[in-house]
Design a protein around this ligand. Structure first.
Ligand code: KG4
Ligand code: ZN
Length: 334
């Protein structure tokens, strides 16, 4: 079973070839980071145009690396949401055209289901049910993964996503886009001297706008006295504690013994270490994608699409030519 998958929800044009659910035959990512860097963040219009100019080349390269031809592909998996609508549309339109010309099925796939599925690549024995802590530029969720294609959202952020907060803190500290890895690098040299607020709700929801504002205010108040390394460290530790404490609480309350990290922020070293340490105390098992599968890529989309395909969530392309991008697609909507 061979899937060609396309991911274009933000600023990476990515194509992968996946065999039998979890085997990555090729995984090509063409990143636009250098183009968006000078604007301090992703410019949606530019992202769409860059996807248009590179998608065909990335598809060719993925096939070449897998040593396959178009005729070897059984179905096309494509991210159709959530994300930037113009960026998503490029991948969706290309996927439809490819499926039509090859006369093979199309499998519309949810971006976050892909992030969660990245864990299946690294752990061949991992099977649902498990809990997933999804931490990306657009999402912060605790998801009950009931089955390969069955998801229940247990918690969400009420305002900013954690990756978004990392990116904003980076801006305040004068660091380039994307800010998460830069804040983390700076934090390695700092101490937790600054006291920053944590927000708690009656349910398991998250909130990161309070800490973001506290960081901005502190930076303005301290001016030249600000020790950037210490602020980066204080921010990183506070948000990671918030994420891990809530995750462990949900696992205890819901009697779930396995947790899988997912999304771009799962590349954060401190978060990986802290989740490992705290889960171990309770005898919980922890899964984390390899670093190359943490941030946006198409291998994760191909794995999620393969499970969708196996459970009948695919379409004859002639019945689905109206497939559209859905910018705010919900995790449990498919
Ligand atoms: O999953 P992703 O690649 O794109 C979305 O679906 O949003 O996540 C990108 C986010 C960005 O906010 C980026 O700053 C953050 O992940 N990120 C990190 C790290 N690597 C990427 N945040 C903290 N520490 C990192 N090492
Ligand atoms: Zn993502």
């Amino acid at each position: 079973m061979i899937c060609l998958s396309i991911e274009s929800s933000c600023d990476e044009t990515a194509v992968a070839i996946i065999k039998d659910y979890r085997i990555v035959l090729s995984n090509v990512v063409s990143t636009q980071i250098d183009i968006h860097k000078k604007y301090g963040g992703v410019v949606p219009e530019i992202a769409s145009r860059e996807h248009i100019s590179s998608v065909a080349y990335v598809v060719d390269e993925a096939l070449k690396k897998a040593n396959l031809k178009f005729s070897d592909i059984d179905f096309i998996g494509v991210t159709y949401g959530p994300g930037l609508v113009g960026a998503l549309l490029v991948g969706v339109a290309y996927a439809k055209a490819l499926a039509y010309s090859l006369n093979i099925p199309i499998v519309p796939t949810h971006h976050i289901h892909g992030h969660i599925a990245a864990n299946y690549i690294s752990y061949p024995d991992l099977k649902p049910p498990f809990l997933s802590l999804v931490v990306s530029g657009g999402h912060t969720n605790l998801v009950d993964v009931k089955d390969y294609t069955k998801f229940d959202m247990l918690a969400k952020t009420r305002d900013d996503a954690v990756g978004e907060a990392f990116d904003k803190v980076a801006r305040v500290l004068g660091l380039p886009y994307p800010g998460g890895p830069e804040v983390s690098k700076l934090a390695e040299k700092g101490n937790t001297c600054y006291k920053l607020p944590k927000t708690r709700f009656d349910n398991y929801d998250f909130s990161f706008s309070g800490i973001k504002t506290a960081v901005i205010n502190l930076a303005h108040k301290e001016g030249d006295r600000l020790i950037k390394e210490d602020l980066a460290k204080s921010f990183e530790v506070t948000v990671c504690e918030e994420l891990v404490d809530t995750t462990i609480k949900v696992m205890i309350d819901k009697k779930i013994e396995k947790v899988a990290l997912a999304g771009g922020v799962s590349a954060n070293k401190y978060l990986r270490k802290l989740l490992h340490k705290e889960a171990l105390k309770h005898g919980f098992k922890v899964y984390m994608p390899q670093l190359k599968y943490c941030t946006d890529n198409a291998a994760m989309i191909g794995v999620a699409a393969s499970y969708n395909y196996a459970s009948g969530k695919y379409f004859d392309i002639h019945d689905k030519l109206d497939l559209n991008a859905v910018a705010n697609l919900k995790i449990d909507e498919m």
